[in-house]
Structures are given as C-alpha cells and as structure tokens.
Ligand binder design. Structure first.
Ligand code: 5AD
Ligand code: SF4
Length: 445
C-alpha cells in the first residue's frame, strides 16, 4: 500500500465521551497516512473497535463484532487485499492478551494511552501481531497531531485523563491510569482551532475533570475554574461545559464559576453513585450523602436554575432495603433533570468484585426499576417547567421532521425546534411548546 493512496478507515466507538474524543483523535492521526473514515466496516482497510470496559457484556459485544469483522476480512483476503483489525480502548487495556488469544485474526490491540503511536504500530502490524498496553511515560497529548477532522458546532476537548480515586467498583484507574492534566496553553490552542473549524460549544472532558490541575504558561498550577475562565476568553466559543466531575473536587471556585462565567452553561453532571453513607464508604467514594447535598445547596445559591445530572448504581454488595431507601431519599431531596442509573456489575480486578453479600439479580432489577420510575418522573417534571418559556438553543442536526432542527438548550436538554433548516449551527431563541422526560419541542421566536 502506498502512503498516499486513499484508504478506508472504520471506527466503532463504545462508552464515554472520552472514547468519542479518542476516536476523533485516532482519525486525526491516521488522516495524513491516507485513511479516510467510512461508515461501514465492509471493505475497510483498517477497522478500529474503540471499546469500553466499565460494565459487563462489553467484552462479549466486542467478540461478537470481531466475529462479523473476520468474515469481511476473509472476503478481502480472498481478493488479495488486507484488512487490519484493531481493538483499542479500555477492553484492550484490560484484556489485550485474552483478545489476542481468542481472536487470532486481530492484528493490533492497544490501550488508551498509546494511540499516538498508531503510525508505528501499523507498520509493525504488517509483519507481526501488535499488543501495546503500556502507560507511556510521556503524555500522548504531547505527540498528537493537530485536528484534521472537524468536530462540528459542538466539540469535545479532553483536558484531563485517568483517575486516582479508586472507587471500589470501577475499572477506570486500571484502564486509564493515573490522573494527568494537560497544560493550559495546549488546551487553549486546541480550543482556538476547534473554534476556527466551527465549534461554538466546547465540552471539557476528563474522567475526573474537576481534579484538573494543569500547568499555566507562567509555571503556576491552574484549577478547572480558572481554566474555564481562560477558555471563555476565546472569542467565538459561546458555550462551555465540563464532564465528568467528582463531588470531592467540587471546590468553591468552581461553584462560583457557575455564577461568574456567563459562557459556562447551567448544567452539571455530578455522579453521586449512592445515597447511603455505608454504601458510599464501601464504594470508597470519600464523601457522604450530606456532603453531596451541601454541594448542591451551595451551587443552587449561586445558580438556582442549574440542571443537575448524576450516575447511580443499585445492587452494590451489601445494599439492603434501608440503604436503597436512603438512595431514593437523596434523589427526592435533590431532583435531577437527567440521569444514568445502572445495576452494579462486578469488574474483574476491582476490590468490590471480591465483596460478600452479593445482591440477587432480581432485587437489582426491581430496585433499578423503582429508582428509574422516580428519576424519569423528575426528568419529566423538570422539563415541563420549561414549557411556555424562551430558551437559547444551539442547533446541531436534523430534527424529527424536515421542518425541525435538533439542538441543545443552555440547560443541556435535547430539543426539536420548528425553524428554517438554514439556521443549523446557530444559537437561536425558541419557545418551548411541549416536554417529555427526554426532550423538549419548541418553535423559533
Ligand atoms: N457497575 C455498574 N456501574 C458502574 N459504573 C462504573 N463502574 C460500574 C460497575 N462496576 C457506572 C458509574 C459511573 C458510570 C460511568 O458507570 O455510575 O459513574
Ligand atoms: Fe471510576 Fe470513581 Fe474514578 Fe469515577 S471517580 S473514574 S467512578 S474510580
């Protein structure tokens, strides 16, 4: 294959926004080698499965995808052509050897901290099977090329990676490694380039984004609140969001930023995971339910209309009916506009996987249902309070109907707005006409 010939690249992404960002950056790295993204794996010269290991079944899904891919690969090989199959992301990091053994046709396995080495790995993969699950000594961010593939009006920007918190249920500290914050200047430069390629909204990403402590140009360390203020200085960036945060790192500066920085949107995803102190302790969350309530109180003092989101886990080992009721009470006390809730699933290698008093699947199912009923009714009620009001919407795609555009409100609600399709990519003001638990509809004013 010559270096300049057009080659087809197919990337499939599972899991969090961080993986979505990583997939974009892999496409950026491969663009100079002649790889262009296509939306189907058939015929691709290279396929990357960017995987997630956070909950069960992810590995099974990867293997069933691999099986299908192998058929395409065989067909290509019959025609004398090659298809490189790569497994990337957190399953690759955690189970690289298993994948290599079970799927002999996989050419490359590499973890989230190594993808800047993709060009070399591809060269090596022509002669041997490549496994790369190192945690690089120097940061991959220093060797990533500039963005080649525009992200559109809403863009992700990874500012922090890894986690030092070690919640007992979570694989992230093992798959993504230790906390690392990118230097401020690198982030501002990337924000400017994203703006130049059309981004109006930037979401700052990190597994523990509010633990951000990056080096400022003057050698000082900057926290997330200051970084947001610096990104807000980038003209043309109209909206800033950040995710995912940890309650422990929700300092007063960051809370105040929600009052001081108009570009910082009134939305916060702040996972609490549980509402019972005994469970929080077993989870090694390092905060109590009341700590969480207190953060939310202080936030609402600064920004009363802030739209809150959280992650919840039911059925953690040792969870009793009383614990579950404490979780329900926390949810009732706070009120969430959107949320993600999961049944606990033991992850190999994490401390919780060895804990006693496993909760039966049936009870997990029932509790999840009960929790979600409460949460979904809150989502609907909160969305309904917007009916009749004017909201600012950044339109980012086609709507349900040809006369509509899809977009996001400042409060991060999905909305379908009846308006001229030529307004795609603009911030428009719309009047909300109806609301459900998951989205709003409205018309342009
Ligand atoms: N089981 C269930 N949910 C989990 N999460 C992380 N690990 C597990 C697990 N082992 C959830 C947490 C986290 C979200 C990204 O996934 O709620 O915040
Ligand atoms: Fe996982 Fe806890 Fe770190 Fe979040 S804070 S990534 S849940 S260990």
């Amino acid at each position: 294959m010559s270096g300049n010939a057009q080659k087809k690249l197919y990337i499939k992404t599972w899991g969090c926004q961080m993986n979505v960002y990583d997939s974009r950056r892999m496409a950026d790295i491969l663009a100079p080698l002649g790889y262009r993204e296509s939306d189907s794996p058939e015929d691709a010269d290279m396929v990357i499965l960017n995987t997630c290991h956070i909950r069960e079944k992810a590995t099974d899904k990867v293997f069933s995808d691999l099986g299908r891919l192998n058929k395409h690969k065989q067909k290509k090989e019959k025609r004398g052509e090659k298809m490189l199959i790569a497994v990337a992301g957190c399953v690759a990091q955690a189970e690289g050897d298993v994948i290599m053994e079970r799927a002999q046709y996989v050419d490359m396995v590499f973890g989230p901290q190594t993808y800047h080495e993709l060009p070399e790995m591809i060269i090596r993969a022509t002669g041997e099977r490549v496994v790369n699950t190192d945690f690089a000594v120097e940061s991959k961010f220093d060797s990533l090329p500039q963005e080649h593939v525009p992200q559109g009006v809403t863009a992700f920007l990874s500012i922090q990676e890894g986690c030092d918190k070690f919640c007992t249920f979570c694989v992230v500290p093992y798959t993504r490694g230790a906390e690392y914050s990118r230097p401020v200047q690198q982030i501002i430069d990337e924000a400017r380039r994203l703006r130049d390629s059309g981004a109006k909204e930037i979401t700052l990403l990190g597994q523990n984004v509010n633990a951000y402590h990056g080096m400022a140009p003057n050698g000082r360390t900057m926290g997330l609140a200051e970084l947001i203020a610096a990104v807000a200085e980038v003209e043309g960036v109209e909206r800033i969001r950040y995710m995912t945060s940890h309650p422990r790192d929700m300092d007063q500066d960051l809370i105040d930023a929600h009052g001081n920085i108009p570009k910082l949107m009134p939305f916060l995803h702040l996972p609490v995971q549980h509402g019972a102190d005994e469970i929080l302790k077993q989870m090694n969350r390092k905060h109590t339910a009341d700590d969480y309530r207190d953060i939310i109180l202080r936030l609402k003092k600064i920004r009363p209309d802030i739209n809150l989101s959280s992650d919840f886990i039911v059925g953690f080992p040792g969870e009793t009916d009383r614990h579950f009721e404490e979780l329900m009470q926390l949810v009732r006390d706070i009120g969430f506009g959107t949320s993600y809730s999961f049944k606990y699933s033991p992850r190999p290698g994490t401390p919780a996987a060895n804990m006693q008093n496993i909760v039966p699947e049936k009870i997990k199912d029932d509790r999840l249902q009960t929790l979600q009923n409460l949460l979904f009714s809150q989502h609907r009620e909160i969305n309904e309070t917007f009916v009749g009001k004017a909201v600012e919407v950044l339109t980012d795609g086609k709507g349900n109907r040809p006369s509509q555009l899809h977009g996001r409100t400042s409060h991060n609600q999905a909305i379908h707005v009846t308006c001229d399709p030529a307004l795609l990519g603009q911030i428009v003001t719309a009047k909300v006409t109806s609301a459900s638990a998951t989205a709003l509809t409205g018309e342009i004013i």
